[in-house]
Structures are given as C-alpha cells and as structure tokens.
Design a protein around this ligand. Structure first.
Ligand code: TXA
Ligand code: MG
Length: 341
C-alpha cells in the first residue's frame, strides 16, 4: 500500500446544521482549499474532489489523487451564472436560459473558455465546463473558499463515483485532506453535460436533466455526442465517455443477455459470491441482493451505492436486471453499459 493511503482523511460531518453552524464547520475545509489542498465535498449528484480551480498546482493534485490522465478536463463549480460567466469567453443567451431554468442543479455547460482558467482545468482545450451545484454544502463551500472549485467525482480513475462520504474515504484515503460528509447524494448520477460550443447544442453525457427538458428550454433540437469515443485519444470530446468507466471490481452482467441466466451466473461467481441489483425481477436464494424502486430516479439514486456495497461484499459477479429502453432511463443505461464493458 502506498504511503498516501495509510492515514484516513479528516472527516467533517455537516448534517443538521443551520447556515451559521455550517459556515463555521466548513472553515477548515475552506482553509485547505485556499492553500491549495484537496477537499472532497457533497454535491446533489455525487461527491466531488475539489481544489481551487484558478490554481494550476492545486488542480494538478486532483489528477494525481485520482490517477486520472491530464488530457481529461475538469468541471468548475460556481455559485451562479455571474460567477460562471467570469470563467467563459462568452455568455450566450442559451447559457442564460439554461441557468435560469436549471441552476443551481445537475446541469454542466461547456462554453468557450476565458484566459483566467488554467490549462490544467481545460486540459489545454478551447472550452471550459461550468456548473452551479444545488447542494447547500457545496454552495457554502464555494462561497467560503472565494473561488470556483475544480472537481471531478471523488473516486480513483475509472472506478465507481461516490454517493457517500464513506465511499470517498475508502476509495481515496489520505490522498484527500478533508472529506465533508453530508450524507447520501440525492440524485446519485453525475450531471448532464451540454456543449454550447456546438450549434445546435449537444449532450456530451446524459444525466437526470433530460434532452426533452433542454429542448423545451432552448426551443431547438439537441443531439447526443456519438458514444464511440476512443479511450486513448488526446483532446477527447468528453473523456468521461471513454468506454471503461464507472466500473466496480466485480464483473457486471445484464440479466437475460447472452445466456446470462441465474444458474450460469451462480456458476461463474464461484468460489466467491453473486450479487444482484434488481427492481422487479425475482432473485434466487443465496444471492446478495439490492432491490431498488422501479423508477429512473430511484435507480439513479441507488445504483452506485449498490455497486459499492456488492463490491465490498466480495461479489465476483453483479447481475443487473434489464431496465426499460426509453429516454427516461438513458442516464442509467449510459452508466450501466460502461460498468459492463
Ligand atoms: O455531477 C457531476 O458532474 C460531478 C460532480 C462532482 O459535480 N462531477 C463529475 O466530474 O462527474 P468528472 O470529472 O468525473 O466528469 C466530468 C466530465 C468528464 O468526462 C470530462 O471529460 C468532461 O466532464 N469535461 C470536463 N470539461 C470538459 C470540456 N471543457 N469539454 C468537454 N468535456 C468536458
Ligand atoms: Mg467521474
């Protein structure tokens, strides 16, 4: 084990605090950020691994802690559109309309960058991704730190994103100085990423804010980025779309595909355990089962925690029930297909 993982990070628990208590509790975290250190913090989607987004050295620590290639740009987390527009070269009407309708919330906008944004954040590219998170703890921390926070999901590269502070502590250990713990993430899957650098705009990563909603706000049709992104290509359109991503240690298999029957899966998982994530499907006795409510929102909220939990139980194989193939489930399918590959 590396020296980094020997000591656990400091955990700041910030549940059930009023605004003043919260600001007080977050002071040590803001202090770490201001001196260029790393703080993991809750957002409504997943926990983020934050650093001062205007300090290139601090930002480089994020890549080191995650083991993430430097060609994969980061999202800057801001308080509002005024803050966001200070980081982009332009603030188009479309950005304003989307910010009015969806911010603070799980929508990330890709825009032409301003020169104040370090190359380390944009991976040297011409655009910057910005998002105003809805979580009150994230908002308070950005304000206290007094700068935009660069933050990817707070997991090691290609692993499952954290929806609990405990996932961060187990995944990153002392690679992060402070973990701010505000309980489980409400949304559970990463934000929708929309490129306004394209005309018409394009969804680079589907999330819980869906295409129909974006089209309604903008009044123009919106496309998706072609899924076939090469993992190794530099200056990728959106490197998070690389195929192997969001992957637990276990092999994830979709039930019903290519002879993936319960019998075959039990056999394949020997001598360790078989796990299952289902909504409606019956599961044979002896399988470690996480049952989620059959709605896209509930599966989004519970999927990553289920993968973490079954991984920790040592399951060699995790069977996931096939879910409906319509637009409302798109973000869930997007993450599942990456966990499988
Ligand atoms: O919900 C979320 O978005 C979470 C929370 C912490 O805010 N963050 C998150 O960050 O998922 P990350 O780094 O794990 O995923 C961000 C994705 C990556 O795939 C990255 O390549 C892409 O956004 N991205 C960042 N900047 C970009 C840019 N300028 N152009 C295109 N894609 C960009
Ligand atoms: Mg990520």
């Amino acid at each position: 084990m590396s020296e980094h993982t020997q000591n656990p990070p400091r955990v700041l628990r910030v549940t059930d605090l009023d605004a003043d208590q919260l600001a007080h509790a977050l002071l040590p975290a803001a202090e770490v950020l201001r001196r260029g250190g790393l703080v993991a913090f809750p957002t409504e989607t997943v926990y983020g691994l934050g650093a001062d987004g205007l300090d290139a050295d601090a930002v480089r620590k994020i890549f080191a802690a995650k083991g993430r290639p430097a060609n994969n740009p980061l999202i800057l987390h801001v308080t509002d559109e005024k803050h966001a527009s200070s980081l982009s070269a332009t603030w188009p009407e479309r950005a304003q309309a989307l910010a009015d309708a969806c911010w603070p919330g799980p929508l990330t906008l890709v825009l032409a960058r301003s020169s104040v944004v370090p190359d380390a954040v944009t991976a040297g590219g011409p655009t910057v991704a910005v998002r105003a998170p809805a979580h009150p703890v994230a908002r308070a921390l950005i304000e206290l730190a007094g700068r935009p926070l660069a933050a990817p999901s707070a997991n090691r590269y290609t692993q499952v994103s954290p929806t609990l502070a405990d996932h961060v502590v187990k995944g990153l250990g002392a690679r992060v100085e402070i973990v701010v713990d505000a309980g489980p993430a409400r949304v559970g899957l990463e934000s929708t990423i929309l490129s306004l650098a394209h005309d018409p705009p394009r969804i680079l990563r589907p999330g819980t804010i869906q295409r129909a909603r974006i089209e309604e706000i903008l009044g123009v049709p919106v496309g998706y980025l072609d899924d076939a992104v090469d993992d190794d290509a530099p200056a990728m359109m959106s490197p998070g779309l690389a195929r192997k991503h969001y992957a637990p240690s276990a092999r994830v298999v979709l039930l019903g595909e290519d002879g993936a029957t319960w019998e075959a899966l039990c056999e394949a998982s020997r001598p360790t355990a078989l796990g299952a994530i289902v909504t409606r499907a019956p599961v044979p006795a002896g399988v470690h089962t996480v049952r989620l409510e059959h709605t896209p929102e509930a599966v989004a909220r519970g999927l990553y925690a289920a993968l973490h939990e079954l991984d920790e139980l040592g399951c060699a194989v995790i069977a996931v029930q096939n879910l409906p193939d319509d637009e409302a489930w798109r973000a869930v399918h997007n993450r599942l297909s990456r966990a499988v590959s």
